[in-house]
Design a protein. Structure first.
Length: 152
């Protein structure tokens, strides 16, 4: 995980951004959930944690493959409940990873209440993968329109 503060040049909006790459096992991801919980307590202002969590939140997040076990979703849901973070609304593809047989939603954009109250970007676009088995997540920031007088 990499975390840093971002300042948008045009609007001067500031927010925290965490790039996520989750471990492949439930046990190895426990550290990620602890680190994210700690960041949630420390960071002030809008925060988005976006990337590959390598975790699903519910049985609906996997198509084909092994049945979803409660242990697979427990830590993720505990993290969401304990921090109050929520997933940004998404548009585009439903599943974000595939091996051509199993389809899963393991890539997400999670935000805190500071993001929901202060940022205009309330959706993430799930794009088509071009060269990866993962779907790129895109967050678009609109440039503010200049209200310059029009030439006569």
């Amino acid at each position: 995980m990499i975390t840093g503060k971002i300042t948008l040049i045009e609007s001067k909006e500031e927010f925290w951004f965490s790039a996520i790459y989750g471990a492949h096992t439930i046990e190895q991801r426990k550290n990620m959930w602890e680190e994210l919980t700690q960041l949630h307590m420390e960071l002030k202002g809008p925060w988005i944690a976006m990337g590959d969590y390598n975790a699903i939140q519910s049985w609906e997040d996997r198509y084909n493959g092994n049945p979803v076990m409660e242990a697979e979703i427990r830590d993720f849901n505990d993290f969401l409940e304990n921090t109050g973070m929520i997933e940004l609304r998404y548009v585009g593809r439903e599943f974000t990873w595939t091996n051509s047989h199993v389809h899963s939603k393991i890539d997400r954009a999670l935000v805190n209440d500071g993001w929901m109250m202060n940022m205009r970007q309330l959706e993430v676009v799930m794009q088509d993968p071009l060269f990866s088995d993962h779907t790129p997540l895109c967050l678009y920031f609109e440039q503010e329109q200049q209200n310059n007088p029009k030439p006569f």
